[in-house]
Design a protein. Structure first.
Lengths: 762, 126
């Protein structure tokens, strides 16, 4: 609504007081009520104003017209009276005969005779100012005016239009300046014009009639217009507001008489707008116009207008006040409700409203109060929940932070402060990337905190503010899809493994040291057993010999265990180094089968080899791979019943070499399969006899194969058998060539059983 | 027995030292003994052995130090002597390049069978 904006600008302050918003219900309702309340008054006022105005106008025109008629009759009467006087005069026999006599004789006596007659006539009529008789050429033949005899009159004074017998005019006497009525008539005898009679009348009565303003109010008047000597329309008599205007006031510009329209407004000589009623006075060629100022005539209308405007203003105020009150009655409580809702929204949960109303708005207020109460309960509950959570968070030893989607840390528990060696202000509100720079082997690690799901990052390092390096595992869990900032999106748990790792290292060191220390006495033990065998030779008691063999076997097993432990410590420390060289894996596998055949035969197990026995080259650490095959075969022998079958199968394709060790033994329970390659895991409930081992073999094997970029896996069915499969990737020739140069030193070393020398055959 | 007769055994462990001494003497070799690095160097200079079994983990000087001196210091007269390192280390890559150049071979102590001592000696007699 354009008017609304206009009002807004015009009465901004008042208007805004009707409501805090630029577009309020109260304002709209007020405008609506103003429109509804004022429209009838406006329409009725307008219609009655127009009607009354028209009626008044018509009445004024009627009145003017009737006044004009009366004036016309009056003036016409006065004129006709004089006209008749003139006619009587010209028809007088004595005058005619005297004139004729004088014209014939042209002597002074006759002229005096004529003059005397004129004097007689003049005396008979008090209105008559003077009587003059001229000949046809305007020469004064006789006159009552002294000193004019024999003079020649100007044409205007005696001329009569051809079509008329008489000319009527008002003129000022040149001598005394008084306006008078001149009636000029032909005087004829026997249809022969002898001369012209000019009668001058005083016109006080006509002026009096014109100046009769009865019924014309303060501004009304009747203007009598005629033509002056030059043909201009002039007022013949003094005007009400300009008494000097007679015969001089040019009325042409007033346009009073040029229209036939009887009801006409015009502008008069005073520049006032007037209503005018014209009327013609036929024979004198005059026109009269009765007029009155529009202002005066329509004054009641102006009054009416004033009354109407006052009424409108009063009713506007009344409607406005009522509208204010009425709209306020509805909107004020709404504003109050809005304020209370706002306060509740801002956290003032104790805010309540008491409207004291039983209507719908009152109901709304009660509901808002109830909502406030519920919210308060709810928030209290959440707060206590949060407090409890905080206690839990702070009492856990894991470091936990919650971040929003931008990575800003929202919550940090006590453990985090201890880990980072920072106070809360140095962490909360900061970006997690700035506070925690993770590294792995001192290389920065970037973590996608916004990734969905739960992600674990192991083996990271973190340097706290005090400069201490921590080894940590972090778990990044996206817990919410909340997109807003300040909303926890991801929980980051930092597990400080430094202590664990130290313990682990101590354990590894201990195991490593213990194993090393065990080797020397073991070597000694075995050596002395061998020494006995050598010393006694064939003389040895067979029973003793059997015992010695058993002792030697056990000490060899012990050596194997110690080696396994050392391998594990190397794997864990990451120091298991492989000597990669060209290895004929087929020969190596075939040899392993051959070497272990005796152990298998102890249990009547058939150990077979399926595949070529040489010519399959891979890049590998021969000893390590041999250890893997030995491990798999020992396990197979261990878990296969007497009389079973074990097959080692070697196949080759483009991608590499696959070695399968298959048995028809007791198999592996399905639930054990996932843990089979983990450290110290042993399948329980297997064969009791011979099921010995550290549970390290498969762990070591897996580590070795993976270090070769190969894979190791198992397929097994309980009671049917197991198949362990490992693969080694094939190697390109270039790879082999470059390696052989790089590792020349090692290829020079040739291994024998338990000892190594430089290869002197090359 | 052609060639090799005089063997020096440098080993700090008494039992092993005795074991290898007994075994080698049984097989007709002359054996001198030393229990640490310094003693090993001293005995080597006096005894002028043809083959040395040299332990690594020993007091005073370890086997690698002794190896370096024996090979490169003429006062010990051992620049051409065959020297076999006795080690507990299971993988050869830990052994430095220099050591590998200087030694004639190594034996992993835990895996030594007495017969292999003879095998080593015989391999140098060819």
């Amino acid at each position: 609504m354009a008017s609304l904006h206009w009002l807004n600008n015009k009465f901004g302050a008042l208007w805004r007081s009707l409501g805090g918003r630029s577009d309020s219900i109260r304002r709209r309702l007020t405008i609506l009520m103003l429109i509804i309340g004022l429209a009838p008054t406006l329409v009725i006022g307008w219609v009655s104003f127009i009607t009354t105005s028209n009626e008044l106008y018509a009445k004024t025109v009627d009145q003017l017209t009737s006044t004009a008629s009366k004036q016309e009759q009056k003036i016409n009467g006065l004129l006709q009276q004089r006209q008749e006087g003139v006619t009587t005069l010209t028809n007088r026999f004595d005058l005619q005969s005297a004139l004729g006599e004088y014209l014939r004789t042209n002597n002074d006596t006759d002229r005096s005779q004529l003059g005397e007659i004129l004097q007689d006539i003049k005396v008979q009529s008090t209105d008559t100012q003077s009587i003059t008789v001229t000949n046809l050429q305007g020469k004064v033949l006789a006159t009552t005016v002294e000193g004019q005899d024999g003079t020649a009159l100007p044409a205007q004074d005696y001329a009569i239009p051809d079509d008329k017998e008489t000319a009527v005019s008002v003129r000022k006497d040149a001598r005394d300046g008084v306006a008078r009525l001149y009636i000029t008539t032909k005087i004829s005898v026997n249809k022969q014009q002898l001369g012209v009679v000019i009668v001058v009348y005083r016109i006080d009565d006509i002026i009096a009639a014109v100046q009769d303003y009865t019924g014309l109010g303060n501004t009304g008047e009747t203007v009598v217009a005629g033509k002056d000597a030059t043909g201009n329309a002039v007022s013949l008599f003094p005007l009400r507001f300009n008494t000097d205007a007679a015969l001089s006031q040019n009325l042409n510009s007033l346009q009073l008489f040029q229209e036939n329209d009887a009801t006409k407004t015009a502008v008069d000589y005073r520049n006032h707008e007037v209503i005018v009623a014209p009327k013609a006075i036929g024979f004198a060629d005059w026109t009269i116009a009765t007029k009155i100022d529009t202002d005066e005539a329509l004054a009641p209308i102006v009054q009416l207008r004033g009354t109407l405007i006052t009424l409108l203003a009063l009713s506007s105020i009344a409607v406005f006040v009522i509208a204010l009150w009425l709209t306020g009655y509805f909107t004020k409580p709404i504003l109050l409700l809005a304020e209370i809702a706002q306060r509740i929204g801002k956290g003032d949960l104790a805010a309540r409203i008491n409207l004291q109303r039983r209507d719908e708005i009152g109901l709304l207020g009660e509901n808002i109060n109830a909502m406030g109460s519920s919210l308060k309960d709810f928030v209290t509950r959440i707060e206590s929940e949060r407090n409890r959570l905080e206690v839990v968070l702070n009492s856990t030893i894991e470091s936990i932070v919650a971040i929003d989607k931008a990575g800003t840390i929202l919550i940090a528990n006590r453990a985090v402060l201890g880990l980072a060696q920072m106070n809360r202000n140095e962490i909360v509100g900061k970006n997690i990337q700035e506070v925690f720079g993770w590294t792995h082997d001192l290389q920065p690690v970037s973590i996608d905190y916004a990734a969905k799901g739960v992600h674990t990052f192991n083996d990271l390092e973190y340097i706290d503010k005090a400069g201490t390096t921590h080894f940590v595992r972090i778990i990044v869990a996206r817990v919410s899809d909340e997109q807003g900032s300040q909303a926890p999106q991801t929980i980051v748990t930092i597990h400080d493994e430094t202590k664990t790792r130290e313990l682990e290292n101590m354990k590894i060191d201990f195991v490593s040291m213990a194993a090393h220390e065990l080797r020397t006495p073991l070597a000694s033990l075995r050596g002395y057993i061998e020494l006995i065998t050598y010393k006694e030779g064939d003389h040895i008691n067979p029973e003793i010999s059997k015992y010695l063999k058993q002792a030697l076997k056990s000490s060899n097993e012990l050596g194997g265990l110690i080696n396994n432990l050392l391998d594990v410590t190397r794997i864990e420390r990451g120091t298991l180094t492989l000597s990669m060289e060209k290895v004929d894996i087929a020969a190596l596998a075939a040899q392993a089968v051959t070497d272990l055949r005796f152990s298998a035969e102890d249990k009547d197990i058939t150990l077979g080899y399926d595949g070529v026995t040489s010519g399959v080259t891979v890049l590998a650490d021969a000893i390590a791979i041999r250890e893997v095959i030995n491990n798999l075969l020992s396990n197979a022998i261990k878990y296969t019943k007497n009389g079973g079958t074990i097959t080692v199968k070697l196949t080759q394709d483009k991608t590499g070499v696959t070695v399968r060790v298959r048995d028809d033994g007791i198999g592996i329970p399905p639930k054990a399969l996932p843990y089979l390659f983990t450290k110290f895991y042993r399948v329980h409930g297997g064969l009791d006899s011979g099921s010995t081992g550290t549970g390290l073999g498969l762990f070591i094997s897996k580590s070795i194969i993976e270090r070769h970029n190969g894979t190791i896996s198992v397929q097994s069915r309980e009671g049917v058998g197991s198949e362990f499969i490992f693969t080694l990737p094939s190697t390109t020739d270039e790879h082999l060539t470059s390696l052989s140069a790089e590792k020349q030193d090692q290829t020079l070393i040739r291994r024998h059983r338990g000892w190594v020398t430089k290869d002197t055959t090359r | 027995m052609a060639g090799l007769q005089k063997i020096l055994l440098v080993e700090d462990n008494l039992e092993l030292r005795n074991l290898y001494e007994i075994f080698l003497k049984q097989h007709g070799y002359k054996v001198a003994l030393a229990a640490d690095g310094d003693e090993g160097l001293e005995v080597a200079r006096e005894y002028k052995p043809e083959l040395i079994f040299l332990d690594v983990m020993m007091p005073k000087k370890n086997g690698f130090e002794v190896l370096k001196l024996l090979r490169h210091d003429p006062q010990y007269h051992c620049t051409k002597t065959k020297i076999i390192i006795l080690t507990n280390l299971g993988d050869s890559s830990k052994v430095s390049h220099d050591v590998r150049e200087d030694m004639d071979g190594y034996m992993i102590k835990a895996e030594i069978e007495l017969q292999s001592l003879l095998d080593v000696i015989k391999s140098f007699e060819k």
